[in-house]
Design a protein around this ligand. Structure first.
Ligand SMILES: Cc1cc2nc3c(=O)[nH]c(=O)nc-3n(C[C@H](O)[C@H](O)[C@H](O)COP(=O)(O)O)c2cc1C
Length: 165
């Protein structure tokens, strides 16, 4: 059974007020400046809910693939879910095609589903890079620019970062 209380950290006292500045991501002020990084297959809602008790400022979802999201794939939609208590809602989006990335962002933002979008351009796993995704995208700077442009153009006031965070 998981303890109701986070473990104490006897050697590291909590940060004093003002010791660290918040991290600003567009309109978001992330406090404390500690982020649960996106991890595919790991940082889903139940995992984020467990981590939330440890007091980070931002918890990024696991990687959500743009195309199945646009096509309404039930499993992808479920993975993209947030809990009612999650704020800000940070989602990592993965895509290799600017069209699907743009449409996915339009949908996520249009439905008011997210407060922050992080784009995956750092995943080194062969399964991902062999399809030209993740860390393989920056090797094609024009494609990288097109994907980022498609995301930002459709994001409105929702800030877009590129990862790894
Ligand atoms: C199991 C696992 C899955 C990961 N999946 C992703 C991912 O989907 N997207 C991503 O941008 N980074 C992914 N990462 C990288 C992490 O987000 C993070 O950048 C990396 O672990 C370095 O942070 P650390 O030094 O705090 O471990 C993954 C890392 C691990 C260990």
């Amino acid at each position: 059974m998981i303890d109701a209380m986070p473990p104490s950290t006897p050697h590291e006292p909590p940060a004093r007020p003002g010791e660290f500045a918040p991290v600003r991501i567009g309109p978001l002020s992330v406090w404390p400046p500690v982020v649960l990084a996106p991890m595919a297959g790991v940082t889903n809602y139940p995992f984020r809910a467990i981590c939330r008790r440890f007091g980070a400022g931002l918890y990024v979802s696991e990687m959500i693939t743009a195309r199945p999201l646009v096509e309404g794939n039930a499993k992808t939609l479920k993975l993209a879910d947030f809990g009612p208590d999650e704020s800000p809602r940070s989602l990592q989006l993965y895509g290799v095609d600017p069209y699907y990335v743009g449409e996915a962002v339009k949908r996520l933002v249009g439905e008011g589903h997210v407060d922050h979008i992080d784009m995956n351009f750092g995943c080194p796993v062969r399964k991902v890079t062999s399809k030209g995704g993740g860390a393989a995208i920056p090797a094609k700077p024009r494609l990288l620019a097109a994907i980022v442009r498609a995301a930002v153009r459709n994001a409105g006031a929702v800030p877009v970062t590129i990862g790894p965070l």
